[in-house]
Write a protein of this length. Structure first.
Length: 209
């Protein structure tokens, strides 16, 4: 069942994207819609609809600052909304962190990694960050992150490589870090010549627990 904060989010946009927009506006009132779209991984059109929705709900104020240029500001309700989303996000993150750590501990404890081989994490969004964090904390230093080519700049602060630059033979295991579209992510890896037996569809198994 979705939380109240998630039910308040526009259809087709998850709460983490709304939180990302509110946070970006809070830190950079003069951010452009194109910059916002790039940061949160949405199309420009969907970003515009999300901004309009936030304004209509009283979370944001928009003020024209020139031709095709707008300034944004969080209202008191917007600040409360951001806090609510942040609290919910942290709770979900900790729950998922526990599940991911438990699962990876079980699976990777049985794997013998050859010298010089690495683990590749593939996916989009915050699940990639989470899996990368857990693997690093478990002592797997040789972990690289790959994303679909059109998501290359969607994970600021985390070094990632486009899937088109993948060399499959460098990696012992490939972990798909995605909650949705896992089958699509697996097809993309297989199309990049990754053997199916070396692909671990992580959240397909986590969700069944």
């Amino acid at each position: 069942m979705r939380s109240r904060s998630e039910r308040d989010t526009p259809k087709g946009v998850d709460a983490s994207r709304e939180l990302a927009v509110l946070s970006a506006v809070s830190h950079s009132p003069d951010v452009t819609q194109r910059e916002l779209a790039s940061r949160v991984g949405l199309s420009l059109g969907v970003t515009n609809l999300l901004l309009q929705s936030l304004v209509s709900k009283g979370y944001l104020l928009m003020r024209r600052a020139g031709w095709r240029r707008w300034l944004y500001a969080l209202t008191p309700s917007g600040m409360t909304r951001r806090l609510t989303l942040t609290t919910g996000y942290i709770g979900r993150f900790l729950d998922q962190y526990r599940l991911v750590r438990e699962y990876l501990g079980e699976q990777l404890a049985l794997t013998v990694f050859s010298d010089g081989r690495r683990v590749a994490v593939y996916g989009t969004g915050d699940m990639v960050r989470l899996v990368h964090l857990v693997l690093s904390e478990m002592g797997h230093a040789n972990v690289d992150v790959y994303v679909p080519d059109d998501h290359l700049h969607a994970l600021p602060g985390l070094e990632a490589t486009a899937l088109s630059g993948l060399s499959p033979n460098r990696y012992e295991r490939f972990v798909i870090a995605a909650i949705e579209d896992t089958a699509e992510r697996q097809r993309e890896l297989e199309a990049a010549r990754v053997p199916a037996e070396r692909i671990d569809v992580l959240f397909q198994r986590v969700k069944s627990k």
